[in-house]
Design a protein. Sequence first.
Length: 143
Amino acid sequence: MRVAVLVKATPESEAGIMPDEKLLAAMTAYNEALHQAGILVSGDGLHPSSRGFRIRFSGDQRTVIDGPFAETKELVAGFWIWEVDSLEHAIEWAKKCPNPMPSDSELEIRKIFDAADFGPEFTPELQAREEQLRMELESRGGN
């Protein structure tokens, strides 16, 4: 099963304060361990929301909203995509993570949908189209 592990933003990450060398070394070692265990699919840090945008949908209308966004605790500062055996397996690995921020912080683990989760509405034709797109992305080095 694939999961997204979200690193929640903190006031420091939203202020653009970069991690020190010690934290970068600890996170690099953790990422190497995830890779060696065959769990890591991808992962990256995100710039503060002051450099981001939101697109609000209302019927046919689209509204662009510039960051920063007010609720730091609801923002994401980074992420990993992991391939794990179970949610319990993901929790075990998340508990091994060095604190990804200089202050108190939080990770959130969310299962990524797979084809079976969508039921019969995700027809074999739609599944084949999605699989073709996934193969094309992987051949370009994306995921």
